[in-house]
Design a protein around this ligand. Structure first.
Ligand SMILES: *Cc1c(COP(=O)(O)O)cnc(C)c1O
Length: 353
């Protein structure tokens, strides 16, 4: 399929690279493609960034049949544009598609479309330290219909947003709060997909955590409320003695690409990495005995997010006396250096855009 490009007549003024924040500024162009039963995915096009006009009955607005991805384009030390494991994002988008009854996309075609869009928008990729261009591929159900069934028509779009350094105020540990009142996902559900409703369902617990002075919620399993699952939009790691432990992918945890990168990089360094169930009781117990050395989250936005304090019911534990752990620091540096092309790419994760 040929991608037709229509350039914007007028380009926006580029923002100040040192004051980008997250997710509020969008570039001049976007990618769009449509699906119908008769034509399959068709009419791929790069167009000026624009609003959608939708019938109020459009299915995604009512039943949340929609999926998305999140990845970044980085400007490397030579000034070239690079992506970090982008195939994994389109592969995961198709896993989400499958679960949400959305027709699969051609992963290689989608990556090529993204690269063509990035070529049009290359001047939008910032170069200030820690900045990047956030990429949001999204698919939504488009039938104007109020019956509950899978839609027959879809829109696939990609929008781009230049984003600032996540740790503008320094790489500092965050405080997280375990919730027993709410659950994020259950096995057999859609917790392992990036679908819209998961995020809507997490807001109330997030709000309560914020009001209690915590940055994020740590979710437990939805059945026994016993095993640790993940944090907000990050996976979670524990360093107990010399072992790096992360909850195994149970079907209700989002399989993070950063999570997978930490596991593979850790093993390549000779660290013992274990994917298994880990209970909140074990976390508290190993904290008390002094064996719990570090806790950190992993995700595209922050790469690594060290945890300095954890609250579970009436228990508050502090980890590493407010300092960033050695492994969290090492993973953060290494992954970021690979993403920005500062160091060699030991596991072949970087792809030129
Ligand atoms: C996106 C996301 C993650 C992290 O995935 P990455 O691929 O590492 O960015 C973790 N948990 C949830 C719920 C997410 O939506």
């Amino acid at each position: 399929m040929q991608i037709v490009t229509t350039k914007a007549d007028q380009l926006k003024t580029k923002p100040d690279e040192n004051n980008l924040g997250f997710g509020t500024i969008f570039t001049d162009h976007m990618f769009n493609m449509d699906y119908s039963v008769e034509k399959g995915w068709h009419n791929p096009r790069i167009e000026p960034y624009h609003s959608f006009t939708m019938d109020p009955s459009t299915m995604v607005l009512h039943y949340g049949q929609g999926v998305f991805e999140g990845l970044k384009a980085y400007r490397n030390t030579k000034g070239d544009i690079q992506l970090f494991r982008p195939q994994e994002n389109f592969k995961r988008l198709n896993v989400s598609n499958h679960k949400l009854c959305i027709p699969e996309i051609d992963e290689a075609f989608a990556l090529d479309a993204l690269k063509q869009l990035l070529a049009v928008e290359k001047d939008w990729i910032p170069s200030a330290p820690g900045t990047s261009l956030y990429i949001r591929p999204t698919i939504i159900a488009m039938d104007p219909f109020l019956g509950v069934r899978a839609s027959f028509t879809y829109r696939f779009f990609i929008i781009l947003s230049p984003v600032g350094a996540y740790y503008a105020e320094g790489f500092n540990p965050v405080k997280i709060m375990v919730t027993k009142e709410h659950v994020r996902a259950v096995r057999g559900g859609v917790g392992d997909t990036k679908t819209m409703g998961n995020y809507a369902a997490s807001l109330l617990a997030g709000d309560k955590a914020h009001r209690a002075g915590y940055t994020q919620v740590l979710w437990l399993d939805g059945v026994e409320q016993k095993y640790v699952e993940e944090v907000g939009a990050m996976n979670i790691f524990f360093v107990i003695d010399d072992e790096l432990i992360t909850p195994m992918l149970s079907g209700s945890i989002l399989p993070g690409i950063t999570r997978d990168s930490v596991i593979k990089l850790g093993r390549s360094w000779g660290i013992k990495v274990t994917e298994r169930k880990i209970s909140i009781e074990e976390v508290i117990k190993t904290s008390r005995s002094g064996n719990l050395k570090e806790i950190f989250g992993s995700g595209t936005a922050a790469v690594i997010s060290p945890v300095g304090e954890l609250k579970y019911e009436d228990t508050v534990i502090s980890i590493g006396d407010g300092k960033v752990g050695k492994l969290a620091q090492k993973f953060f540096q290494a992954i970021q250096d690979i993403q920005y092309g500062v160091i060699e790419d030991p596991l072949c994760w970087v792809e030129p855009a």
